[in-house]
Write a new protein. Structure first.
Length: 94
């Protein structure tokens, strides 16, 4: 996921700021995802209205609010257990 110029905008915004203030100022900014793009408005509208104390809070909200398009392989896990009836690798303790 790349915030592109959206990250710069969040960094230079005056804080504290509400979610709605950020949306009003930069809502049309595009966030590049591995499987498409989303606007900042679409991402932040998934999150409850909040007040961000600084750019890190705003970035965390963006990272939290992105959709499944930001995930490389949806539902993939290399930690799934071996299914019944299959023989799998021997467990290793680290």
């Amino acid at each position: 996921m790349r915030l592109s110029d959206t990250g710069d905008k969040l960094d230079t915004h005056e804080y504290p700021a509400t979610r709605d203030e950020i949306i009003q100022a930069y809502g049309d900014s595009t966030i590049e995802l591995p499987n498409g793009t989303e606007t900042l408005k679409a991402v932040l509208e998934r999150i409850a209205d909040d007040v961000y104390e600084g750019p890190e809070d705003a970035r965390t909200a963006v990272f939290t609010g992105v959709g499944h398009e930001a995930v490389g392989r949806r539902f993939y896990s290399d930690r799934d257990p071996t299914m019944p009836g299959e023989s799998g690798p021997e467990p290793v303790s680290f």
